[in-house]
Design a protein around this ligand. Structure first.
Ligand code: PMP
Length: 383
């Protein structure tokens, strides 16, 4: 676009119902937040276990800052790899049952880094059509030949794999805007048969799924020989920030040597790593959070069914309500906020055209009454 075209481009976005807005919070994350000066019930964060403001996590952050200061001072390979980062990596490896883990500053960077390190320029990358933007961007940045298969369509994927060239398959474990699970056991089998990498992004399953909260691979009983690359984030169920990749010794060593988004960026603040360690322990120890979250998810789905609300078949705390039209998604979100419920409208290009939705996310911090209140407000809107 030309410099003089910018205002018109913004106006066009607004006219299409695609304008994005930020709201300012004057409180910590939690079941209730203060937004635009009002206290409302929050159904749009990824703080699935309610740990973002947990006193033990906050205390660990404070202690970490007192012991290690606020900045890591450099990238990991120069002199920014502090004891808290190292301890966090060891604990994440043990928790996910993998040889080693490598902490990245964000999940976005982790996905870019892995794909760039494992795929040669012009190599093939196959991705589910509903994958997160960072997986798509990873393939683009790597100069890969990217092809996106229809959501969950393993027949198409198998046809592409059978051409025999080197390939990497990347998939969300829990699809971030739909809440459903990828068919990981079948994907693992396909990848093994075709000697292809399988890179699983468990941003939304880590902490939430699996007996101990170790994530979607643990839920399916898949180990590192079946799924060589596990990426998960620390900013969702763990309530903090950052991400990691876990896998074999060789994989982690290769990433440490060659993942550009690991090498050329400042390491996370060490205090943040201390907070993530505390949150990780809580994920494992306070399993009542996962049980409560599962019970709320079931309650929400039963209620939605009773009111005839069109839900997607999601077994996770991500419960999207498809409204189709962009303007209607915006309108409904505004009306819910007026009634005291904050739910994000999700529109293209984040989701396919014509499938604008209210992305409702449940958290262990919510009460049954809050979920029932949201259901009643949704039913009123849909009537
Ligand atoms: N993958 C998925 C599936 C995500 O939802 C997100 C966060 N929106 C990311 C990766 C990126 O993680 P981060 O926010 O740590 O950059």
């Amino acid at each position: 676009m030309r410099v003089t075209e910018l205002s018109a481009a913004l106006a066009a976005r607004r006219a299409a119902g695609l304008y994005r807005h930020r709201h300012v919070l004057d409180s910590p994350q939690g079941a209730e937040v203060v937004v635009d000066g009002r206290r409302v019930v929050n159904f749009c964060s990824n703080d699935y276990l309610g740990l973002a403001n947990h006193p033990e996590v906050v205390a660990a952050w404070r202690r970490g800052a007192e012991a290690y200061g606020v900045g890591s001072g450099a990238s990991h390979l120069v002199c920014g790899h502090l004891r808290p980062h190292h301890a966090l990596e060891e604990e994440l490896a043990a928790f996910t049952g993998r040889d080693r883990a490598l902490v990245f500053s964000t999940g976005y960077q982790a996905n870019l880094g892995v794909i760039g390190a494992l795929v040669t320029r012009g190599g093939r990358v196959f991705e589910d059509r509903l994958n997160h933007a960072s997986l798509l961007d990873g393939a683009r940045l790597a100069g890969a030949r990217l092809r996106r298969y229809p959501h969950g369509d393993l027949k198409v994927l198998e046809r592409w794999l059978s051409r025999g060239e080197e390939a990497l398959i990347a998939t969300d474990a829990v699809f971030s805007m739909d809440g459903d699970l990828a068919p990981l056991p079948q994907l693992a089998e396909l990848a093994r048969r075709h000697d292809a990498w399988l890179h699983v992004d468990d941003a939304h399953g880590f902490g939430v799924l699996g007996e101990t909260g170790a994530g979607t691979l643990s839920h399916f009983g898949l180990d590192q020989t079946q799924v060589p690359v596990l990426m998960a984030t620390l900013g969702k169920a763990l309530g903090v920030f950052g991400a990691f990749v876990a896998g074999s010794d060789d994989l982690i060593e290769w990433l440490l040597q060659s993942a550009r988004t690991y090498i050329y960026t400042t390491a996370l603040p060490p205090a943040l790593a201390e907070a993530a360690r505390a949150a990780r322990r809580l994920v494992q120890d306070e399993d009542w959070r996962r049980r409560h979250l599962q019970a709320l998810t079931a309650r929400f789905r039963r209620g939605a069914e009773r009111f005839g609300l069109p839900l997607l078949p999601s077994p996770t705390p991500i419960q999207p309500l498809i409204v189709g039209d962009n303007a209607r998604a915006l309108r409904w979100s505004r009306r819910l906020l007026e009634r005291g419920y904050w739910v994000a409208p999700i529109r293209p290009p984040t989701v396919p055209a014509g499938s604008a939705r209210l992305r409702i996310t449940l958290s262990a911090a919510h009460s049954e009454e809050q979920v029932d209140g949201l259901l009643a407000a949704l039913a009123e809107l849909a009537a």
